[in-house]
Design a binder for this molecule. Structure first.
Ligand code: GTP
Length: 337
């Protein structure tokens, strides 16, 4: 329908992924610079072996930052990075005691940007468990429990921030992608929605169908009853289409008086039943605005996706079927062959 799922949000409008990319670049280069500084400090104390090791780590960070400056690094690289930082801080705790604690907080904060939500919880729990074990070993109990609790607070605040970001992003996407007249998704997102539906269907080896619904002789409706009346008809027609669509279906206003409905996990036969119900809902009850009541019909062209086809061919097949429906007298549904 016109609600947006998390996967739809993860399309072109993914602010969080963009923000993560910027943050990760800063994290890799920033960590590289900080570790290089520590290497210089260590060298100044004539601890050459440790200084050389730190310098290698710093160069490694800078290299990852450079290689992944335009895309997010794979999760396993981030996992190695976080393990490396965790180990450095744990070792520094052993030698510097409580001074090492100050590095634990930024590392915990980094985890929020480094991992996809699928493994984020696991990684943050692992890192927290490591840090908690080290602080309980190194610090007196009175310090250790306070530090452990303050870290939990940081994780809680970070998690609340992530949840708020996700909800804000959904709202922003919804506002930007919704057609103000009909409440359907705007035509600009049609190809993206079609491609997403195809990718999911191919991955899950499921059928997927779409129908293109076009209001019949809409120019005549506008000419006879006025453009504002036409607007009300489009608004109401979209509501009727959505009232038949299931929660998983996507309704897009693909043109002036035309809608596309994508039916995931639905064969052409089952989609035809839904599309017929949509056309019935449009034609059966007259559209009423003030004292004016007018019966309007619509035509539909339906196509089930054929494996190996391009999404453009899929839309083209539905378009040809719609053309047939129009040329055979309108007010009917045609299925693509
Ligand atoms: N009221 C209103 N009309 C619109 C809007 N967008 C497009 N239209 C009108 O919708 C009509 C679409 O016409 P067409 O689809 O080309 O042709 P038609 O008259 O519907 O005829 P067939 O499609 O052949 O049945 C045009 O007259 C457009 O001006 C809109 O937002 N509001």
């Amino acid at each position: 329908m016109n609600q947006f799922s998390a996967s739809q949000v993860s399309g072109s409008f993914d602010l969080w992924q963009h923000f993560r990319l910027l943050a990760m670049r800063a994290i890799y280069f920033g960590s590289g610079v900080v570790i290089a500084g520590t290497a210089i400090y260590t060298a100044a104390q004539s601890n050459w072996a440790a200084a050389a090791a730190l310098l290698c780590v710093a160069l490694g960070f800078a290299l990852i930052g450079y290689l992944y400056r335009n895309e997010l690094a794979p999760q396993w690289i981030n996992f190695l990075v976080i393990c490396c930082l965790g180990t450095l801080v744990s070792v520094s705790m052993k030698s510097a005691g409580i001074l090492g604690v100050y590095w634990m907080y930024p590392i915990l904060a980094m985890v929020f940007f480094m991992f996809d939500k699928t493994i984020f919880v696991l990684v943050i729990m692992l890192i927290y468990a490591l840090f908690a074990a080290v602080i309980y070993q190194v610090l007196p109990f009175d310090y250790a429990w306070r530090v452990a609790i303050s870290m939990l607070v940081l994780i809680g605040v970070g998690a609340a921030f992530l949840i708020m970001m996700a909800s804000m992003q959904r709202r922003l996407f919804s506002a930007a992608a919704t057609d103000s007249l009909t409440g359907c998704i705007k035509r600009e997102y049609l190809s993206e929605m079609a491609q997403q539906a195809l990718t999911k269907a191919e991955r899950a080896k499921q059928p997927v169908s779409l129908v293109q619904i076009d209001m019949d002789s809409f120019q005549t409706v506008n000419d006879r009853y006025g453009y504002l009346f036409g607007d009300k008809v489009l608004e109401e027609a979209a509501k009727r289409i959505r009232s038949v669509a299931r929660a998983t279906d996507t309704v897009i206003r693909s043109n002036g008086a035309e809608f596309v409905v994508i039916f995931p996990n639905t064969t052409g036969k089952d989609a035809a039943e839904l599309a017929t119900a949509m056309l019935d809902r449009i034609r059966h009850d007259p559209f009423a605005v003030k004292s004016l009541t007018v019966t309007v019909t619509a035509s539909g062209g339906l196509a089930e996706f054929k494996p190996g086809h391009h999404w453009g061919e899929w839309l083209g097949a539905a378009d040809s079927a719609l053309y047939q429906a129009k040329s055979q007298g309108r007010n009917r549904l045609k299925l693509a062959q």
